[in-house]
Design a protein around this ligand. Structure first.
Ligand SMILES: Cc1cc2nc3c(=O)[nH]c(=O)nc-3n(C[C@H](O)[C@H](O)[C@H](O)COP(=O)(O)OP(=O)(O)OC[C@H]3O[C@@H](n4cnc5c(N)ncnc54)[C@H](O)[C@@H]3O)c2cc1C
Length: 270
C-alpha cells in the first residue's frame, strides 16, 4: 500500500501532522498502538489545551482521532517495527504488513523507561519488538516477554500458541537487562537471571532510532530543525519524541509544522 505521507503515532503530534497533510491534499496513513497506550489518556483533566476547557485526556484523544478519520486519514492500529529508506521514499513494516510512502513523520512520544542495557546491541539477535514477525523463530524455545502495553496478555498467548515457553514481566519499576555474547542468552529482572533465547519487548513508545537506522538523536530525543526535519531528507519528527517540554499543545504545534514541511518536501519531488 502506498501513501504520500505516513505518520507514526496517534497522539496530539501525530494527529496534527496527519490533519495538516490532508489539508495539503496528501494521502495519509497513521499508525497508533491504541488510545489507552497514549500517556494523555490517563489525564483526568487538561486545563491548558486551548479551545477544550476541563476536557479529560481520553475525551480529547477520542475527539482528535474522530476528526482525523473524518478528514480522510487512514488510521491503522498496529505497532511499526521498522522504517527504511526505499527509493524514491520509505518502507514501513508493521507486523507482517508492509507499506510505502514519500515522506515520514515520527510522533512516537517518549519511552519513559529508556532502553535496557544490552537491548540495542542484541536487537535482531534475539531481541525483538514484534511477536507476529519473529515469534515463530522461537518455536520450542524459552522466551521472555517484557510488556508495558495493553496488548501484553494477547501477545503472550500468541507466543504460547506458536509453541514458545513464555515468561511474562510487566512491572515497570524493576531493573531489566538483556545478556548475551552476540545472541540473547538471558534476561535479568531485578537481579534475577532468566535464561532464554528470545526477549520480546513491548512498550507504548518505541525509541525512533531503534526503528530507523542512521536517525540522528540528541540525547533521548530525535534531533530536529525548526521545520521539524531530521538528518534524513523526507523524515520529520514532532512532539515529545522531538524534545521537551512534554506538553500536548506543543506536540500539536510541532505536528502542524512537521505536516507542512512534509507536504513541501513531497511537492518538491513531484
Ligand atoms: C498523566 C499525564 C497527564 C498529562 N497532562 C497533561 C496536561 O494536562 N497538559 C499537557 O499539555 N500535557 C499533559 N501531559 C503530557 C502529554 O500527554 C504529552 O506531552 C503528549 O501526549 C505528547 O504527544 P505526542 O503526540 O508527542 O506523543 P504521545 O501522546 O505519547 O503519542 C505517541 C503515539 O505514538 C504511538 N507509537 C509509539 N511507538 C509506536 C510504534 N512503534 N508503532 C506505532 N505507534 C507507535 C503510540 O501508540 C501513541 O499513539 C500529560 C501526560 C501524562 C502522562
Amino acid at each position: 500500500m502506498h501513501y504520500d505521507g505516513i505518520v507514526v503515532g496517534g497522539g496530539p503530534a501525530g494527529i496534527s501532522a496527519a490533519l495538516t497533510l490532508r489539508r495539503r491534499n496528501k494521502t495519509v496513513a497513521l499508525f497508533t498502538g491504541g488510545l489507552e497506550d497514549i500517556p494523555l489518556y490517563k489525564a483526568k483533566q487538561i486545563d491548558n489545551y486551548p479551545g477544550c476547557p476541563r476536557i479529560s485526556g481520553r475525551e480529547l484523544l477520542e475527539t482528535m482521532e474522530r476528526q482525523a478519520r473524518q478528514e480522510g486519514v487512514e488510521i491503522i492500529s498496529g505497532r511499526v517495527t521498522a522504517l527504511m529508506p526505499m527509493e524514491p521514499g520509505f518502507g514501513v513494516a508493521a507486523g507482517q504488513d508492509f507499506y510505502q510512502c514519500g515522506a515520514l513523520v515520527l510522533c512516537t512520544g517518549i519511552a519513559p523507561a529508556g532502553v535496557f542495557p544490552g537491548e540495542k546491541e542484541l536487537l535482531g539477535r534475539g531481541v525483538s519488538y514484534c511477536v507476529t514477525c519473529d515469534g515463530m523463530l522461537y518455536r520450542g524455545k524459552d522466551v521472555c516477554l517484557v510488556g508495558f502495553t495493553g496488548q501484553t496478555e494477547e501477545e503472550a498467548r500468541l507466543l504460547e500458541d506458536m509453541g514458545c515457553r513464555v515468561k511474562v514481566f510487566t512491572q515497570q519499576g524493576k531493573k531489566y537487562a538483556v545478556e548475551g555474547d552476540g545472541r540473547v542468552e538471558a534476561l535479568t529482572v531485578g537481579g534475577e537471571r532468566y535464561p532464554c533465547q528470545g526477549v520480546f519487548i513491548l512498550r507504548p513508545a518505541t525509541m525512533p532510532d531503534a526503528l530507523m537506522e542512521g536517525l540522528a538523536m540528541d540525547g533521548a530525543h530525535v534531533a530536529v530543525g525548526r521545520d521539524m526535519s531530521t538528518n534524513i531528507p523526507g523524515v520529520f519528527a514532532a512532539g515529545d519524541c522531538a524534545g521537551k517540554p512534554y506538553q500536548a499543545a506543543k506536540a500539536a504545534g510541532e505536528g502542524n509544522v512537521a505536516g507542512i514541511s512534509a507536504a513541501r518536501y513531497l511537492e518538491t519531488k513531484e
